[in-house]
Design a protein around this ligand. Sequence first.
Ligand SMILES: C[S@@+](CC[C@H](N)C(=O)[O-])C[C@H]1O[C@@H](n2cnc3c(N)ncnc32)[C@H](O)[C@@H]1O
Length: 263
Amino acid sequence: MTQLDPVIRSFYRDRYVEDDRLVVRGHGRLEFLRTQELLRRWLPPASDVLDVGGATGVHARWLAADGHRVTLVDPVPEHVEQAATIGTFAAEEGDARALRQADASVDVTLLLGPLYHLVEAADRARALAEAVRVTRPGGLVVAAGINRYGGLLEAGSNGTLTEENLSLFLDAFASGSIDGTKGFTVAYFHHADELATELTTAGVTDVEVLGIEGPASNILENAAPEAIETLLPAAVLLARHVESDPNLQAASPHFLAHGRVVD
Ligand SMILES: C[S@@+](CC[C@H](N)C(=O)[O-])C[C@H]1O[C@@H](n2cnc3c(N)ncnc32)[C@H](O)[C@@H]1O
């Protein structure tokens, strides 16, 4: 099996509670609601869905409840074990760069996370080529990317950006990646047009890239817990309204790209 970088595995096993990421804090809830809204807009009913990098099943759970037949794949064994306990979808270990699934075997392939951690362009190309391979002609590929500006916007909004650490953010911004020695783990950060080009190059057609959370995400991250219920609906409405405006796309911490595998 293609090996996951041990730094990424230990980050998810020892330093991070992935199961909480999209359900506890305001900006995570915004990411979840908007991802759910976009997937529900795009997925045909009762699809065979491959959720690659599906972690503990945060999306697989509701996709299965919506009537899709879901298989979750993740390289972190602890994620797969936890996902398997839900019981309404299949869960197995695997890597986006070398999927076990047969050619043209699913209607929809989701990559909601693997591209965050594939720093080398060749690895991202392999993951996208695999998504195209396993998806039926005419089927859907959906891939998320972290916005290149995301870390800088977050630090500039939550008070952690200083003259001393500014260069760290600028270096990550210039190179597009971080090595996992400070803060988050090994990660790659996209520009929206770069993500579109990567999908198109892999053979995905009619590609569109949308901002997921919109410009209010960092306000939600920093808001008092009692303010979240008021702020969240407005933030969702704002994100929906500006999702495809190229002038505001880079205000979202994440992008969601979708397109079809050529018939
Ligand atoms: C930030 S989490 C996102 C989880 C979930 N899909 C979501 O949208 O909230 C990133 C996930 O990608 C997985 N991942 C990292 N590298 C991967 C790879 N090479 N292939 C497949 N999944 C990978 C991680 O184990 C983790 O579960």
